[in-house]
Design a protein around this ligand. Structure first.
Ligand code: S3P
Length: 173
């Protein structure tokens, strides 16, 4: 069975998933679903509150539930939370529903992009290159194993990155 025509953007926090998704939405007319925002909407609270009140495992269950509920989508770009590819069942659900694009970034680039925000509980108190490098290397194999395509984001504009993603998408089907 051929895969549905959707794009799942995966990668570490600060890889640019939301920025690229916004571009594809605006310039290519794709529907855009931001997983973190949708989870916040469904739960009626911020991600950091969900972590604080219910813990990370509860949040991971919400991510899986949300992904499974997306299986009927078409022409949608989904910006996934950075932890989504860590569960095999999530990767399987994404593979059934579309192509998976891994946006890569160096730890230094990630730090620059996340340093002023406070909505990522896993990075609070750890905003330094050493911590980001360590967590990234723990996750990199899973990101790479899940991905159909890798797109580098360092030193590139949102437009360049998003157009490369769009080209891969067009060529995939
Ligand atoms: C997480 C990434 C976050 C958010 C949560 C956990 C992670 O999303 O889902 O804070 O485990 O990498 P972004 O990648 O959109 O920042």
């Amino acid at each position: 069975m051929s895969r549905k025509r959707n794009i799942f953007l995966i990668g570490f926090m600060g890889a640019g998933k939301s920025t690229v998704a916004r571009w594809l939405h605006r310039q290519h007319g794709m529907e855009w679903l931001e997983m973190d925002k949708e989870i916040e909407r469904r739960e009626g609270m911020a991600i950091s509150e969900i972590f604080r009140l219910h813990g990370e495992e509860y949040f991971r269950e919400l991510e899986t539930e949300l992904l499974l509920s997306l299986e009927n989508k078409e022409n949608t770009v989904v910006s996934c939370g950075g932890g989504v590819p860590l569960r095999v069942c999530n990767v399987e659900a994404m593979k059934r529903s579309g192509i998976i694009v891994f946006l890569t970034a160096r730890p230094e680039t990630i730090l620059e992009r996340v340093k002023d925000s406070h909505d990522r509980p896993l990075l609070e108190g750890h905003k330094n290159v050493e911590y980001i490098s360590e967590l990234l290397s723990e996750r990199r194999n899973k990101y790479e194993a899940a991905a159909d395509v890798l797109v580098a984001t360092d030193d590139r504009s949102a437009e360049e990155i998003a157009e490369e993603v769009a080209d891969h998408w067009a060529g995939f089907y």
